[in-house]
Design a protein around this ligand. Structure first.
Ligand SMILES: [Zn+2]
Length: 341
């Protein structure tokens, strides 16, 4: 079978994994109704390489069964949601639906916080391994949620500040003594003031990642660092197990490591670390200037879309016929006292 023939992927049939809680299902029904009534409206989303109409449509529904299309650009290998919610609808979605639809709860639970705590500890280890950790005093996290990523750094004596729009989730970390602030960071943080900025699972939500990343880089001191993690496409097998669970409408772009390397280099950053999880540690050079009027592409991405589509195909079949990673996760969770098996 030719790989392209499997696309667009079949609708996930609402069989999300892990299973949805009742509160999630209600939020999903509300979003679905708002899309049907056009209360939530959509706009075209062009590729960051600026090429047009050279795409493979990978799916026409997201992991929740919502009608959004996900396109793989043959020019640069980037996947994008197109069309996507317009800014007004996105603002309303994040305010009213996001937490319930994705997390099933309006406030951070201990379990939720612990999951991010483990991630924060892995950030700390990575920074130590790269010999960056001791050099860091002031840390800003954009999109910090309950503060789980920041907490190990806070306990290690670093001066941390986090920003997020969800006041309920911020409250969890505030009670632990961290400086977590509701709203946008840009006006409240001085330029060239941070030794490290963390963007964890945030970049993929930006409608204009080029402009937004420039605003973030502005806040970092020269020769200091930026830690970015996004859900990498080539990590699906280890994270959500099947491409059917990967695509979600509020992820405007779906990155891969090779593409991100071109993206960050074009933005004028030096890459100190990268991996297929799509975790990058970057350095802001001296005399950095914002570059907003650029297309993201270069020769290294030519033909890379083939690796992406082949990986999606392979991962889909692997999970369907030999779901060993999913079974391993469920057994581990069961043994730890969880419900799901
Ligand atoms: Zn492109």
């Amino acid at each position: 079978m030719r790989v392209e023939k499997i696309f667009p992927l079949k609708k996930a049939n609402g069989q999300c994994w892990p299973k949805m809680k009742e509160a999630q299902r209600s939020a999903l029904n509300r979003v679905s109704a708002q899309l049907r009534s056009r209360e939530y409206s959509t706009v075209e989303n062009n590729c960051l390489c600026r090429s047009k109409a050279n795409d493979i449509v990978l799916a026409n529904y997201d992991r929740f069964g919502l009608p959004f299309s996900f396109k793989l650009c043959k020019e640069c290998s980037l996947i994008r949601t197109d069309p996507t919610l317009d800014q007004k609808s996105l603002d309303s979605f994040y305010k009213n639906d996001f937490s319930l639809m994705h997390r099933g709860s309006l406030t951070a639970t201990d379990e939720y916080f612990k999951r991010f705590l483990a991630q924060g500890e892995s950030f700390l280890e990575l920074l130590k391994r790269l010999d960056v950790f001791d050099d860091v005093r002031d840390i800003l996290e954009v999109g910090c949620s309950a503060g789980g990523n920041l907490y190990p750094l806070f306990l290690a004596g670093k001066n941390v500040i986090g920003f997020d729009y969800d006041a309920n989730y911020l409250e969890y970390g505030q009670k632990l003594g961290m400086n977590l602030v509701e709203g946008d960071f840009y006006q409240k943080v001085s330029s060239n003031s941070q030794d490290l900025v963390i963007l964890s699972h945030v970049l993929e939500h930006f409608r204009d990642p080029i402009r937004e990343i420039c605003k973030v880089i502005e806040k970092i001191k020269e020769n200091k660092h930026l830690l970015i993690e996004v859900p990498g496409v080539l990590h699906i097998g280890n994270s959500v197990y099947t491409p059917l669970n990967y695509f979600q409408n509020d992820h405007i772009f779906h990155f891969n490591k090779k593409h991100l390397a071109v993206f960050f280099t074009t933005m004028g950053l030096e890459i100190l670390h990268s991996d297929d999880i799509c975790r990058f540690v970057l350095k802001k050079p001296e005399s950095w200037r914002p570059r907003t009027d650029v297309a993201i592409n270069d020769g290294s991405l030519r033909g890379h879309y083939i690796s992406i589509q082949d990986y999606i195909f392979k991962t889909l079949l692997e999970d369907k016929y030999f779901p060993y990673r999913r079974v391993k996760h469920s057994v581990g969770n069961f043994l730890r006292g969880g419900q799901e098996l």
